[in-house]
Design a protein around this ligand. Sequence first.
Ligand SMILES: *Cc1c(COP(=O)(O)O)cnc(C)c1O
Ligand SMILES: [Zn+2]
Length: 560
Amino acid sequence: MRTNVKHIELECINCHTRIQLNRAVSGSCPACGETILEARYELGKINVHDWMSALKQRRPNLWRYHEVLPIFDTDNIISMGEGGTPLVKSRTLAANLGLKHLYIKDERQGPTGSFKDRQATVAISALHEMGVEELVVASTGNVAIAYAAYCARAGIKLWAFFPSLAPVEKLREAALYGAEIIQIAGNYDQTKELAARFAQSKGVFLDRGIKSVAAIEAMKTMAYEIGEQLGRELEGNERWRAPDWFIQAVSGGMGPIGVGKGFREMYDFGMIDSMPALGVIQSTGCAPMVEAFSRGQRVATPIEHPTSVIVTLSTGNPGRSYELLYDYVSDYGGHFISASDEEAFSATLVLARNDGMSVEPATGVTFAGLFKMVQQGVIKPDDVVVVNLSGHTMPVETQILGQRWLRSVDIPEHEEQASVVPEEGLVSALEQMDSHSHVRRVAIVEDNVDAARLIARIIQARGNYDVQLAHDGASGIQLIRSTKPDLVILDLMMPDIDGFTVIDTMKADPALANIPIVVVTAKELTARERARLGTQVNMLLQKGSFIDEDFITGLVSELD
Ligand SMILES: *Cc1c(COP(=O)(O)O)cnc(C)c1O
Ligand SMILES: [Zn+2]
């Protein structure tokens, strides 16, 4: 379907020159060089009232607003049903804060679990429409994950650059979708710089983040949804409604900038009667906007070395973004405030235990900031407040719950073992032996090649060990004789010469008898076998069947 997009223009936010939106737009103003251009839509051709009622029939995803999104042909949309997230009314937390109208925009419910799915669907659809086939992005995690998923659908090759502090779980998820993962030993600002250099030298399209039209336009869809949802909640569906506050923790500030633009558009179209104030929260360890605001300055001084562990919010140099937010707050009200990592972690627990929603640390910062603004009386009890619940939990546990959240229970021996390769057991065995006698050389005798490699990786991840593999009992004995390892990791069930025989052979040879042995076996041992192992081995670890990483990688490369 072709949409009527002839009415889209770009406007320079500095000199207000208008430029036709077309495939050749280079991204800066031809008159003054300004890098931020805003999309302008003339809804004059559409009757706004008719549009608002037509919307009621459309599906609840963000493309329902395609008339105000920068795409020429809706056939080019790459979508997984993103947007249309619930606006959940808070009960317990609101009551505890003394707020009558606290609403939580649950962006965890996007396809990859954060509000970056909005940016991904709009940006990747636009790039797909332009014929871009390869893309570079710098990200602290969520943009890369969302882009990786949408690029997979669009058939676009993605190069994702991450700063060193980005949680490895996020890198892995982006890798799962087939992105090339590059981790930079530096902070987020340095990562962006390197990604830009890489893109330039390879001649690959670089995602311009906050300076791209698609990003701002994507984020503004939150405003349209909130307006429509609050209208249903508070105005009985008759009119749309802006909240008194939109609250979000920021890094570059794309979310509130886009949302602010969305509300201004709706206001100009006559869809709402008021504009929300913006509550902009930063992490105390990286709060250039908050610091500038408290000094009354419109230009922020960059933070060279962010100290927060919450890497999602680690833009040290906000550049023009802060000016845009500052101007918005001067025009329509708002507040900049920071919260420490500890305050964010404890706010995360409060939210989870009051309202049953678990969020990632960056969103914890949002709620910590909300608590402060309520305590300080900046937000009033009657205010209608919408909070952007920007991202899901992962990988929060290690930071928030600490060590003592789990009780583990041993299963009686005869019951089935469901576990995979016993990584923790292996690591603690290694550490134990390492503390007794210095372990450098490890021999793994295991006929399952994948299991052997996995064990080798687990061990090598713990330090600089010299690991040798043998895949049957006979070559295992040879290997042990020739290398005299400090530790043998042994499978029991091998064809021809099995693990029991390897043990017997070692114990019979004075030169090998004292080498510690860790047995890793998938086999349920009989009483006799247990007795036979007796005190000959230092540790016995059970492994279950495991999903094999190499097997899957092999499959994928065969499909290529
Ligand atoms: C990107 C991100 C933020 C910060 O968003 P900006 O508006 O770009 O500053 C906050 N929370 C989560 C979960 C994010 O992924
Ligand atoms: Zn200009």
